[in-house]
Design a protein around this ligand. Structure first.
Ligand SMILES: [Zn+2]
Length: 269
């Protein structure tokens, strides 16, 4: 499943090809995605793309008439191709531009979405989202204040989109390891000082992933259009049974909210 860094790299990849271009056609071959693609997406035709922006894992193709919202779901991929490039299986949507390029959406499992947002409004799916992790709005106070009195385990707490968006499973595991916090600890029992460390590590882990993904950008318009999971240096994720890189204790794993969770019993208190 594409996580926030992959979505941000997709944004960086497609943005230079379609910004300032006029949409000439929107072709929806199969609109039965997670939600039925609304007819309003045709309002993009004739509009100039002002910018490609991101909120959580949603990408916005912004125009004066409104924004097309794309979400990659579990298996969605975006490519920028020339108009005459042949279709492959699961190429469900084409957005054509005046420069002859096409933004092509492929999604085998169809858990992704293509929605519409009117100007100066917020789509209902986006109304209750927490702050973006890479902005100043996300700091230790957010985690500390929201967690008081909560028994939710901290790993689930930081993966909750209402608290902060975009902290996927890999990034939650890695950030908690770096901050020395046991993923099973109740969120309400963690000090502000520890949350300050965790906040820094969440930001750094995501930023590092985006930076690493950026190095694959030159291939974005080729291959399968998927920036994929970047070759990241993972300190704890999927390292069950291996030695902790800090203290040589054996890394353990546990399921938390159905998600695989990895931790060092010695470093993470
Ligand atoms: Zn350790």
């Amino acid at each position: 499943m594409p996580e926030l860094p992959e979505v941000e790299v997709s944004r960086l990849g497609i943005s230079p090809h379609i910004t300032d271009q006029v949409v000439t056609k929107v072709i929806v071959r199969n609109g039965r995605l997670r939600w039925l693609v609304p007819d309003e997406v045709q309002l993009l035709v004739g509009q100039t793309v002002k910018a490609v922006t991101r909120r959580a894992k949603y990408l916005f193709i912004e125009t004066q008439a409104g924004s097309g919202i794309l979400h990659l779901g579990m298996s969605g991929k975006l490519r920028v191709v020339d108009k005459d490039v042949e279709l492959v299986k699961h190429d469900h949507i084409d957005i054509e531009f005046s420069n002859g390029k096409v933004l092509r959406y492929n999604d085998a499992r169809r858990f992704g979405s293509f929605l519409w947002q009117q100007p100066n409004t917020t789509h209902k799916l986006l109304m209750k989202l927490g702050p973006e992790p890479l902005t100043d709005e996300f700091d230790a106070n957010v985690l500390f204040d929201q967690s008081r009195g909560k028994n939710t385990v901290v790993k689930n707490f930081i993966m909750d989109n209402h608290i902060v968006v975009g902290v996927g499973n890999i990034y939650a595991n890695e950030s908690l390891f770096k901050a020395g916090i046991d993923p099973r600890k109740p969120a309400g029992k963690i000090t502000k000082k520890k949350y300050a460390e965790l906040t820094v590590h969440i930001k750094q882990t995501l930023e590092q992933a985006i930076k690493q993904g950026g190095t694959t950008l030159k291939d974005f318009t080729q291959s399968d259009g998927s920036p994929g999971y970047f070759a990241q240096e993972l300190l704890v994720y999927a390292r069950t049974g291996k030695e902790c890189l800090t203290c040589q204790t054996i890394i353990e794993s546990v399921k938390i909210g159905q998600r695989n969770s990895f931790y060092c019993p010695s470093c993470q208190g």
